[in-house]
Design a protein around this ligand. Structure first.
Ligand code: NAD
Length: 247
């Protein structure tokens, strides 16, 4: 039974990932800022999920979370998934929001990787899956911190892949397109607050360029994350897996 740690596990994508790994027989440390919501997952999958409080921006919190995983055995799989969004034009973008988004999504992924790698090197095995976004390869106005963080996550992934290869560690990024989670619903509401109709907000978020013209399901993202952690993906590292409906 492998040990998996998923950050932001209480969120829309995180919950689907927890379910996927549990269904495949793994043991999941469901880590999030909000203990109450990960405790619900622990109650739901009592023998296979341990809820832990984690702030990915706090190095002590990161170290303790990984120690908890290691106390059960190997640190087999790390999924860096915690994230959040904020929209504003650059000149009005609050610097505190820039710091927060970069800290959670980029620095948080770095800290988790930094403290997971010593265990993975020791084991000579590790799978790191970083949740970037289609915004890791493209841009949208008013998402400067998100776009910068998600581009950065791809750079982090590539360096991790290079340094990890000789120790049996792979690192890959998943680039989701639009998935209807709380993060996306809030964006729709924000745009409605700025005078857009829901249809206009959806058109902006979904992009005319998306081939499938539909939301991606949380399960479709979780399937991709699981695949990259599996033996079938043992030859894949430093790559981006877009799960975006063809954006
Ligand atoms: P969500 O808001 O449902 O979940 C995000 C989770 O991250 C929340 O549970 C939150 O508590 C947690 N979190 C925030 N700050 C944290 C911190 N400091 N430490 C630990 N946990 C923290 O969002 P989601 O849609 O499930 O997003 C998950 C990931 O997928 C994010 O990285 C997001 O950028 C990415 N993503 C989402 C979409 C989408 O359309 N929903 C598209 C592309 C990428």
């Amino acid at each position: 039974m492998r040990n998996i740690i998923i950050t932001g596990a209480a969120g829309g994508l995180g919950q689907a990932m927890v379910k996927k790994f549990v269904d495949q027989g793994d043991f999941v440390f469901a880590a999030d800022l909000h203990l109450d919501r990960v405790l619900e997952l622990q109650n739901q999958y009592s023998n296979q999920v341990k809820a832990i409080v984690l702030d990915v921006t706090n190095e002590d919190s990161v170290r303790e979370a990984l120690q908890q995983v290691a106390s059960r055995g190997n640190v087999d799989v790390l999924v860096n998934n915690a994230g959040l969004q904020y929209r504003e034009k650059i000149e009005n973008f609050p610097t505190e929001q820039w710091d927060l988004l970069i800290n959670v999504m980029l620095t948080g992924s770095f800290l988790m990787t930094k403290h997971a790698i010593p265990y993975m090197k020791e084991q000579q095995y590790g799978r790191i899956v970083n949740i970037s976004s289609v915004h890791g390869e493209m841009a949208t106005p008013e998402k400067v911190a998100y776009v910068a963080a998600k581009h950065g996550v791809i750079g982090l992934t590539r360096v991790t892949a290079l340094e990890g290869a000789e120790f049996g560690i792979t690192a890959n990024a998943v680039l989701p397109g639009p998935v209807k989670t709380p993060l996306l619903v809030k964006q729709i509401q924000d745009l409605e607050g700025k005078g857009m109709t829901e249809a206009e907000a959806l058109a902006e978020i979904m992009y005319p360029k998306q081939a499938m013209k539909r939301f991606i399901s949380t399960e479709e993202i979780a399937d991709g994350v699981y695949f990259l952690s599996s033996n079938e993906a043992s030859g894949i590292t430093g790559e981006n897996l877009n799960i975006s409906g063809g954006m």
